[in-house]
Design a protein around this ligand. Structure first.
Ligand SMILES: Nc1nc2c(c(=O)[nH]1)N[C@H]1C(S)=C(S)[C@@H](COP(=O)(O)O)O[C@H]1N2
Ligand SMILES: [Mo]
Length: 415
C-alpha cells in the first residue's frame, strides 16, 4: 500500500539557535483529528482494495513522467525564447531542422505524458481520501503543493491538447501566455515534489513489492499497458512531423502532405483578410533601409537572382512539412536597401492588418543565411494564395509562426 511520508524534518538536521528554529516545531504541530462520523464512502479505511497500487508502481510511473515533463519544459522554453528573444539569447539558423526536432519532441512528450499521468493519478488517488486529511501542518503544506502540481500538470497537458487540435476557442485566454507561465508553476511544484519524495522513491525501488497478486492483472501488466498506451499514442500522432510515420498517424491533428501544393495551411488568405491586397496587380513589396525605400513588383522580384531551397514549415503545434521553395535571398534584398548583409537584422510585415503573426523579426544569423528566402514559388508552382502569395518568408530553423506570409514590407535595421 502507498505509505504516508512526512517531508524531511529530521531533528538532527535542524540548525540550533537560528532565528527560524521555532519553525520545524510549528510545522510538526499535530492538527486536530476530524470527527470519525465524517469517515464515510471513499473515506472508509477499506475503500480502495486494489492490490495493484504500490509505492514502487507509483515511483516507476513518476520517473517516466518526470523525464517527459522535463523534456517538455526544456523544449517549450526553447520555443518561447526563439519567439520572444531576450538580449542574451542567440538562436542559430543551422541545423535547418533543429526547431522541427525540438518542437516535435515537445508535442510528442506532452501527448505521451497523458497516459502516464493518468496511470500515476490512478495509483495515488486513494490518498485524496486519506484519513485524517493531514496529521501535521507540514503535511498539509506538502499535500497542498501536490494539489498545485496536479492541477498545473493537467492544465498544461489538456490545454496543449486543445491547442494542437486547433480548438483555440476552448480556453478563455490566449493559450501561449497561460501555457508559458503555468509551465514555471508546474516545474517549480515538480521540483518540490521530487525533493520531498526522493527518499520514498529510492526505498520503493530498492526492494520488491510485497503482496504482488499471483493471478489476474499484475503490476507488470499495468505498467505494460500504460507504457504501451504511451507508445501507441506516440506512433499514432508522431507522423504529423516524422514523415515515415504519416500513414499510421490516425490520431494526428495534421497530415504533413494535405493541403494546397501538398502542404498544410495554418491560416488562409480569406481568414487573414488579405485576398484583395494579395491579388492586386499593383502589389509592391516595400524594402526600406539606409538607402531609403523602394517598391518591387512581383515581376521585378522574379527578375532577380532566384534560389531554390528545401526547408520545413515547423509549426509550434507540432506538425511539420517539407517544401521546395524558390525565391530571392533575403540578404540580397538587404544589400539593395543599403544594409550590411552580414550584420543587419530585419523586420518583415505582412499585408495582414491585424493578427498576432502579421510581423516578425529576423535576427542576423538568419538574415545572412543563404537559405533564407523571400519565396515566390513552392513545389514547382507560384505560391498558393493560402501559402503566402505573392511573397512569403522562409528561413531555416525557425518556428512556423515566424515564417510570415503575404509580405508587404521589409525593414532593414542595423546590427
Ligand atoms: N501573415 C501571417 N503569416 C503567417 C501566419 C499568420 O497567421 N499570418 N501563420 C504562421 C504559422 S502559425 C505557420 S505554422 C505558418 C504556416 O504556413 P503555411 O500555412 O504556408 O503552411 O505560417 C505562418 N505565417
Ligand atoms: Mo504555426
Amino acid at each position: 500500500m502507498v505509505r504516508d511520508h512526512d517531508p524531511g524534518l529530521t531533528p538532527s538536521r535542524r540548525p540550533r539557535n537560528s532565528p527560524l528554529s521555532w519553525l520545524p516545531d510549528l510545522l510538526r504541530q499535530p492538527l486536530p483529528q476530524p470527527p470519525d462520523a465524517l469517515r464515510r464512502g471513499p473515506l472508509r479505511a477499506d475503500a480502495f482494495p486494489s492490490p495493484l497500487r504500490s509505492a514502487r508502481l507509483t515511483s516507476q510511473l513518476g520517473i517516466a513522467l518526470a523525464v517527459a515533463f522535463c523534456t517538455c519544459f526544456l523544449t517549450g522554453l526553447v520555443s518561447h525564447l526563439i519567439q520572444h528573444p531576450p538580449a542574451w539569447f542567440w538562436w542559430p539558423s543551422r541545423p535547418a531542422g533543429l526547431y522541427r526536432f525540438t518542437q516535435g519532441l515537445h508535442v510528442i512528450t506532452g501527448l505521451a505524458a497523458l497516459p502516464l499521468l493518468g496511470g500515476k493519478l490512478w495509483s495515488v488517488y486513494p490518498r485524496l481520501f486519506a484519513w485524517p486529511p493531514a496529521r501535521t501542518i507540514a503535511q498539509a503544506i506538502e499535500r497542498g503543493s501536490v494539489a498545485v502540481l496536479v492541477s498545473a500538470a493537467l492544465f498544461q497537458l489538456i490545454g496543449g491538447l486543445l491547442n494542437i487540435s486547433r480548438w483555440y476557442g476552448a480556453l478563455p485566454f490566449f493559450f501561449t501566455t497561460g501555457h508559458y507561465w503555468v509551465a514555471w508553476l508546474t516545474v517549480g511544484a515538480l521540483l518540490v515534489h521530487i525533493g520531498v519524495k526522493l527518499p520514498v522513491v529510492r526505498e520503493a525501488l530498492a526492494r520488491r513489492d510485497p503482496g504482488e497478486p499471483g493471478r489476474g492483472l499484475t503490476r507488470r501488466h499495468l505498467l505494460g499497458t500504460v507504457g504501451g498506451t504511451a507508445g501507441l499514442i506516440t506512433i499514432a500522432t508522431a507522423g504529423q512531423t516524422v514523415a515515415p510515420l504519416a500513414p499510421v498517424s490516425v490520431l494526428a491533428p495534421r497530415r504533413p502532405t494535405s493541403g494546397p501544393q501538398r502542404l498544410p495551411v495554418n491560416r488562409t488568405a480569406a481568414g487573414a483578410g488579405v485576398r484583395d491586397l494579395a491579388l492586386d496587380p499593383g502589389y509592391r513589396l516595400v524594402i526600406a533601409g539606409p538607402n531609403g525605400e523602394v517598391g518591387c513588383s512581383l515581376a521585378e522580384l522574379a527578375g532577380m537572382a532566384q534560389h531554390t531551397v528545401v526547408l520545413p514549415i515547423a509549426c509550434v503545434e507540432g506538425w511539420s512539412a517539407t517544401g521546395t521553395w524558390t525565391g530571392v535571398r533575403l540578404r540580397d534584398l538587404v544589400r539593395i536597401a543599403g544594409g550590411d548583409p552580414h550584420s543587419a537584422s530585419v523586420e518583415v510585415e505582412s499585408l495582414e492588418r491585424r493578427g498576432r503573426y502579421r510581423r516578425s523579426a529576423v535576427a542576423a544569423p538568419h538574415v545572412r543565411d543563404r537559405w533564407t528566402l523571400v519565396a515566390l514559388r513552392l513545389n514547382g508552382a507560384p505560391l498558393h494564395l493560402d501559402h503566402g502569395y505573392p511573397a512569403r518568408l522562409i528561413a531555416p530553423n525557425r518556428p512556423g509562426v515566424l515564417q510570415t506570409k503575404w509580405l508587404a514590407r521589409i525593414t532593414v535595421r542595423g546590427p
